[in-house]
Design a protein around this ligand. Structure first.
Ligand code: SF4
Length: 255
């Protein structure tokens, strides 16, 4: 069992606490989980969101509990204009600052200089490296000063997310606490919350998008498609993950 990082993360939890909380929070509402987390971690907690429907439900819930809750996002540099406009809209709607983390310029310049602006279509290796530079590394930097973060992951998103707990130790990010308050929710519950509380949504949902990411790697889906079918749609038999929530082992999929 790994040691908790008490010195680096003053409010860190040990594995026993995490397991106990995960079991008890399974029967609690997302708002209960958020209320506990905000109280426990204070400014060493942030909601990380790309402002999709799940993230907007959580942002609205958290903002009602504490308008000062930290909200951060990663700007890959390749988002759709509608998403940039939506981020501005949310900033004004809630009158909150949004912490924006961008790729490191030197890494991006080297990668684009060697492989061009759209290398993701050529191989899974290049796609994962692009996600690493544009999304994973900025988020890792964002989380490095935190003890806990809130994610909009749900178990029904993908097969790789079926086993997520409401509270987890995030070993991809230094062992800090990761909260998935919507782990057990469905798409219907998320949209019912947005409608009931008049929460804004990204207008791309009104144009057939069911999952929204970078412009070159996301497209609308058809009725009946898997909701994440529009993400990296040219890839077959991959996890449809960018690496933020789990490692993407491209080497095992090259053949
Ligand atoms: Fe690059 Fe596409 Fe990943 Fe965005 S989703 S970081 S453009 S590979």
């Amino acid at each position: 069992m790994a040691e908790p990082l008490i010195l680096d993360h003053p409010t860190a939890l040990d594995d026993l606490e995490i397991a106990s909380l995960a079991a008890s929070f399974e029967r609690r509402s997302p708002q209960d989980v958020l209320r506990w987390a905000i109280d426990r971690f204070g400014s060493r907690l942030a909601l990380a969101t790309s402002f999709q429907a799940d993230g907007m439900a959580l942002l609205d819930m958290a903002h009602r509990i504490d308008p000062g809750v930290r909200v951060l996002t990663v700007d890959s540099g390749r988002l759709r204009q509608e998403t940039y406009d939506f981020i501005d809209q949310i900033r004004e709607h809630y009158a909150i600052p949004i912490e924006v983390y961008s790729p490191q310029a030197t890494d991006l310049e080297a990668f684009v200089g060697e492989h061009g602006p759209n290398p993701f279509y050529r191989s899974l290796e290049l796609r994962v490296r692009c996600c690493e530079i544009r999304k994973v590394s900025p988020l890792t930097r964002a989380l490095s000063g935190l003890d806990a973060w809130i994610s909009g992951q749900r178990r029904d998103h993908t097969a790789s997310r079926q086993g997520i707990r409401v509270v987890e130790r995030d070993d991809l990010h230094g062992g800090i606490v990761k909260l998935n308050p919507l782990a057990a929710w469905t798409d219907e519950q998320v949209w019912a919350y947005l409608r009931a509380h008049d929460v804004p949504h990204n207008p791309l949902y009104d144009h057939g998008f069911t999952s929204i990411g970078c412009a070159p790697c996301t497209r609308p889906t058809a009725p009946g498609d898997d909701p994440r079918a529009g993400r990296w749609w040219w890839e077959q038999h991959t996890t449809k993950e960018c690496g933020i929530h789990c490692r993407v082992d491209w080497s095992a999929l090259r053949a």
